[in-house]
Design a protein around this ligand. Structure first.
Ligand code: F6R
Length: 241
């Protein structure tokens, strides 16, 4: 693992955007794996600025998001479809047909999960996967468990995650209790991984990911087995290392 220590959120976001930008410059038809949540928002802002300054062209880029809540329509303002449009896609020239996010609002979830895996494979696989990390060590919505779930699947969110994500909803009762998430194998098959972590709430998870034993109880610890992981951490998130 390559650990890049930075002072703050802004520095983390700028460095992360530069890494994604160089990926796109080197391979204009890159397949990007994307995340939602508070962590990557600053990086997305930087990428939008680079696009506006004509430093980046997303016209041949394909994207695959990590996850989506179960049972929310794409138009729901809490869905990850909505989040991605609001924080990135509406402001860059990525083609609609090249955007992929699991659909959490279908009758046949199993078929949706299988198809998501198939489309990732057919695209040639993810070149760089952006990850945040949950305070409980989750990546995507792969929650602490006794096993690693390999491929895209329906997840029961843990109480920790429901509480953490309730900040985006008007009440905790509104937070979906299930989500569709890429699996651990899906994530591990990405050619490169870029994980961002900021704030003291991530310090234990960051410690477990980098120094802890590899265990499904801290899902991010599996990243120790990937040979091209870059972690950008601010002072608070790295305080326990
Ligand atoms: C989001 C995702 C999650 C988040 C994690 C951290 O697509 O897969 O694993 O990255 O929950 O969330 P934030 O960034 O809001 O602290």
């Amino acid at each position: 693992m390559r650990i890049i220590a930075v002072d703050n959120y802004e520095e983390m976001s700028i460095k992360a955007a530069k890494i994604i930008a160089s990926q796109i410059i080197l391979k204009p038809d890159s397949i990007l794996g994307l995340a939602t949540g508070s962590t990557p928002v600053g990086m997305y802002k930087e990428l939008i600025n680079m696009y506006k300054n004509r430093e980046l062209d997303f016209s041949n880029v394909k994207t695959f998001n990590l996850d989506e809540y179960y049972g929310l329509s794409e138009e729901n303002d809490q869905s990850y479809h909505y989040f991605m449009r609001k924080n990135l896609f509406n402001y860059i020239n990525v083609k609609e047909k090249n955007i992929h996010i699991p659909n959490g609002n279908v009758a046949d979830i199993e078929a949706e999960c299988e198809n998501y895996e198939k489309v990732i494979k057919e695209s040639g696989g993810i070149d760089i996967q952006v990850l945040g990390i949950g305070g409980n060590g989750h990546i995507g919505f792969n929650e602490p468990d006794i096993n690693f779930e390999a491929s895209t699947h329906l997840v029961n969110l843990t109480q920790d995650t429901i509480e953490a994500n309730s900040r985006f909803f008007s009440s905790i009762e509104e937070v979906p209790t299930k989500a569709i998430s890429m699996g651990i194998k899906t994530i591990m098959q990405s050619k490169k991984i870029l994980l961002l972590a900021n704030g003291e709430g991530k310090a234990d998870a960051v410690y477990g990911m980098i120094k802890g034993k590899i265990s499904p109880e801290v899902p991010a610890s599996i990243l120790q087995l990937h040979n091209d992981v870059t972690v950008i951490v601010d002072k608070e998130a790295s305080s326990k290392l």
